[in-house]
Design a protein around this ligand. Structure first.
Ligand code: M6R
Length: 631
């Protein structure tokens, strides 16, 4: 989603801003812009462009702006189309104030109407534009108090303005009247200050900072900060100055290298054997004396003993991982578990029950709905004041330095390494592994599975790296060929049952996200209750059929589709029953519990090749963002 970069220091701002924006490109955006205070003319120079960052860079190719203070932005449209006029920065009518913002200003309409009545002219359709106009108005009012033109005055003006804003924001503000100063503020949207030598870079996400410094000061909610080359002043919402130590930027890998792959997504699909290997090494610890395996977390899991039920909140792909997790936690570990769309949970939470573990799953750690759902749960549970109802929290994330990582102590780091492709692949795989870990842990604590069964599951998991490697070898080229047959396809149905129903949902989501083909996933047994009406020879059906309790049922459901002339693709082992498929994407015949970790791989490859064959922007699909920081 939108990205912010802002700098103040002694080096030229423009190259630093462009470099920072390049590092945020992976988040998904539709326009970009920068504003720098020209240190000679003391005026703001602003440049914006529609589309990719390269358009902005080519606008600026022979431009040398003498100035060390600037702001930059990549925009993902919410209010107003992706056009130059709606790109950030937004400037007030005097040209003195420039603002970039992430988030949504919910009361912008009423603020805009008021400003227009006062004669302010709006040049965009955005919610953001009210902010520079309001700041300019405030600066004008402050000028009557004979305050000096400096960063402190800008700080007061911004603070007065944000107290009138409703919604969420991370923002960075420049004022030509204070040419060495930058004011930044946040509410429910991430913003991190990186501390360099004599300069500061502020950004909405760590990759924009990591080349610059490894020392950061994340801004907390409702804080505002003044940054000048001389230092930082941070204030909370009560205007109390905050003093705290910077922390190291905890990033294990920032390699934005595609290697020999055409797209990051394909590279990340190929990273999965390594993801499995890393997970096994990090979490599966063998006791040298007993030879027993244990799952090792960085936090004390004693409280798991009192847990009687689990609720999981997540969005998108993370929700699909949570659904597999819920299956494992209920069916393998015997703990009643419910999964909720975080966005639904916020407004219709279930009645509170005692001894509940709440798990938030978010690869980015910044998804606004997931963070808000967790916060709401903390609030309503804490309000009861009964130990049985207290919030017990765990977050599963790939970004321990993210908002959720800083907020929740019990973090399960999925350790997949940064994922650049907007469509989640290896992070989904790593989230699944985290749920296998939890299911094993809970089974051991609750004694809900025999040691033999637990040992068997662990042994299957240890075989994953070579199995996934084989799948990649086997399916990459064949999916590329199969992708040709999807050129004119408009709808695809994915079917799965039991533990693989969420894999059908994830297969469908992957295909829609990057190829723009309509796809829907269903529990195979539900097809005859409605979706079957869609089937004919133009609608292929992809069916996940793994040996186990529901195998025969899935095969019969596939028969029903075949009878309606659908082209049938099976994701299944070569075994009796699978001859029904017109095309078989074979997976190894393993224990059904681990089948989701295998079934997802050919589906990821097929989606990738269909999108690549259509010549689409696989890594940054239209309208999508890597981290969705608005509601
Ligand atoms: O960062 P999160 O895991 O919280 O993101 C949740 C969804 O926005 C995300 O999974 C989305 O569905 C992706 N585009 C999946 O490919």
């Amino acid at each position: 989603m939108c990205g912010i970069v802002a700098v103040t220091g002694y080096k030229k701002a423009l190259p630093l801003l462009i470099n920072g924006l390049e590092k945020l490109e992976y988040r998904g955006y539709d326009s970009a812009g920068i504003a720098v205070i020209n240190s000679e003319s003391k005026s703001i120079v602003c440049n914006k462009s529609e589309g990719k960052l390269k358009n902005l860079i080519s606008n600026l190719v022979d431009t040398d702006i003498p100035g060390t203070v600037g702001i930059g932005h990549t925009r993902w449209a919410t209010h107003g189309k992706p056009e130059v006029k709606n790109a950030h920065p937004h400037i007030d009518n005097s040209g003195q104030v420039a603002v970039v913002q992430n988030g949504i200003i919910e009361n912008y309409q009423e603020l805009k109407i008021k400003l227009e009545k006062e004669g302010v002219v709006f040049n965009s359709d955005t919610d953001t534009e009210v902010i520079p106009h309001l700041i300019q108005k405030e600066l004008f009012a402050l000028s009557k108090l004979n305050l000096e033109n400096n960063g402190s005055t800008l700080l007061v003006a911004v603070r007065n303005v944000i107290s009138d804003l409703e919604g969420s924001y991370a923002l960075a503000v420049l004022w030509a009247g204070a040419p060495d100063s930058l004011v930044v503020a946040r509410r429910h949207a991430p913003l991190i200050i990186g501390l360099g030598e004599g300069e500061f870079i502020c950004a909405s996400d760590t990759p924009a900072i990591s080349n610059f410094t490894k020392i950061i000061l994340p801004l907390e909610d409702d804080e505002i900060a003044l940054l000048t080359p001389l230092g930082i002043e941070i204030y909370d919402s009560d205007n109390e100055r905050q003093y705290r130590n910077p922390i190291p930027l905890q990033i294990t890998e920032q390699v934005l290298d595609k290697k020999h792959f055409r797209h990051y997504m394909l590279k990340e699909i190929y990273d999965q054997p390594e993801t499995a290997k890393n997970w096994l090494e990090k979490y599966l610890i063998k006791d040298s004396k007993t030879g027993q395996f244990d799952i090792k977390y960085s936090f004390d899991t004693t409280f798991f003993e009192s847990i009687e039920r689990i609720e999981i909140v997540a969005c998108g792909t993370s929700k699909h991982a949570a659904m597999v997790g819920s299956f494992l936690l209920e069916q393998f570990s015997g703990i009643p578990t419910n999964v909720f769309y975080a966005s639904e949970f916020r407004y219709s939470p279930p009645p509170l029950l005692p001894n509940t573990l709440t798990i938030g799953v978010t690869q980015s750690g910044e998804t606004a709905d997931t963070i808000a759902a967790i916060n709401m749960e903390i609030k309503r549970r804490s309000a009861i004041g009964d130990a049985k109802y207290k919030p017990n929290l765990v977050a599963i994330t790939n970004r321990i330095e993210s908002s959720i990582g800083r907020q929740i102590t019990n973090i399960i780091d999925i350790g997949a390494g940064i994922e650049i492709g907007v469509a989640a692949t290896k992070t989904f795989f790593a989230q699944l592994l985290s749920f296998y870990g939890l299911a094993i842990k809970f089974s051991q604590i609750k004694g809900s599975q025999s040691e033999k069964n637990i040992r068997q599951l662990i042994s299957e998991l240890t075989k994953l790296p070579p199995l996934v490697e084989e799948l990649l070898e086997k399916h990459n080229q064949s999916s590329e060929k199969l992708a040709h047959d999807f050129f004119n396809i408009k709808d695809v149905i994915f079917l799965g049952r039991g533990i693989n129903y969420p894999i059908a949902l994830e297969g469908a989501l992957k295909l829609k996200e990057i190829s723009y083909i309509h796809a829907a996933g269903y529990p195979a047994g539900e097809m005859k209750h409605g979706p079957i009406a869609l089937l004919d020879k133009k609608v292929p059906v992809i069916s996940i059929a793994t040996p186990g309790e529901v195998f025969d049922k899935v095969i019969s459901n596939a028969q029903e589709a075949k009878a309606r002339d659908s082209y049938l693709i099976g994701v299944a082992p070569e075994c009796k029953g699978t001859e029904i498929f017109d095309y078989l994407m074979t997976i190894p015949s393993t224990n059904e519990w681990i089948s989701p970790l295998l079934a997802i791989v050919p589906l990821q490859l097929l989606s990738y090749h269909i999108a690549a064959h259509r010549g689409l922007d696989v890594d940054q699909p239209r309208n999508l963002a890597k981290s969705v920081t608005v509601e």
